[in-house]
Design a protein around this ligand. Structure first.
Ligand SMILES: O=C[C@H](O)[C@H](O)[C@H](O)COP(=O)(O)O
Length: 241
């Protein structure tokens, strides 16, 4: 099975968690797109849900698939968010933001009663950090913010180079919120909580791709089938080694 087929399998399993009348956060990326498409099929079959997209790309997908959308500015709490991830560790800590949607994704996940992450098994890692950590920054004062990020990484024992994310034509990639992204190639992040706190303390940093204490479950699709991993305590139950 291809990675894309596994992503669709995980998305289909997540659909089983959706109930009539729910307000559902719609993640961003290739895996979340499968979920939006499948949700659209269920809506056409009579399911009633209100979707809240986490990016303009997902908004367009949801509209194309006929998923009714709510007004994000009027929603206080969501029942469920279903989203992909770039890396997932055994404590269900995540790196997200490969597609640049981390800020809106985190806002929506934080306002959700449950966050279910859907992924093919290649996203499961023992230690976070092989995937470059996206750090969303305001363009204003980028040199000073970059220096503060360097210092924060060093203090947290996660020193590594970072680069401004660029589009194919060489311009700075701009997020839906009008910010830039620094991708930090750290190799491994031994203390994600400490690093998250240090990055949060930098005024020019809007958000970062460490999603800690947000995912309540992960649906992992692999060669051996689907695994539903729930986070009950500190360590996820049913986690892979
Ligand atoms: O900004 C993008 C998101 O965090 C995505 O959910 C993440 O990059 C995973 O994307 P994909 O499902 O395409 O691997």
């Amino acid at each position: 099975m291809t990675a894309d087929e596994l992503k669709r399998l995980a998305a289909a399993r997540a659909l089983e968690e959706v109930r009539d009348g729910m307000i559902v956060g719609l993640g961003t990326g290739s895996t979340a797109r499968h979920f939006v498409e499948l949700l659209g099929e269920r809506v056409r079959a009579g399911l009633s849900v209100t979707g809240i997209p986490t990016s303009e790309a997902t908004r367009a997908d949801a509209e194309r698939c006929g998923v009714p959308l709510g007004d994000v500015d009027a929603v206080v709490r969501l029942d469920l968010t279903v989203d992909g991830a770039d890396e997932i560790d055994p404590e269900l800590r995540l790196i997200k933001g490969g597609g640049g949607a981390l800020l809106r994704e985190k806002v929506i996940a934080s306002a959700s009663n449950r966050m279910i992450v859907i992924a093919d098994e290649s996203k499961w890692v023992k230690t976070l950090g092989a995937f470059a950590l996206p750090i969303e920054v305001v363009p204003f004062g980028i040199a000073a913010t970059g220096a503060a990020v360097t210092q924060a990484l060093r203090v947290c024992g996660a020193a590594g180079p970072f680069a401004l994310r660029q589009t194919r034509d060489g311009h700075a990639f701009v997020t839906d919120g009008g910010h830039w992204i620094l991708d930090a190639r750290l190799g491994r992040i031994d203390h994600p909580e400490r690093l998250a706190a240090s990055l949060n303390a930098i005024p020019g940093v809007v958000e970062h791709g460490l999603f800690l204490d947000l995912a309540t479950a992960v649906i992992l699709a692999g060669a051996d089938g689907i695994r539903f991993v729930e986070r009950r305590g500190r360590r996820a139950e049913g986690a892979l080694a």
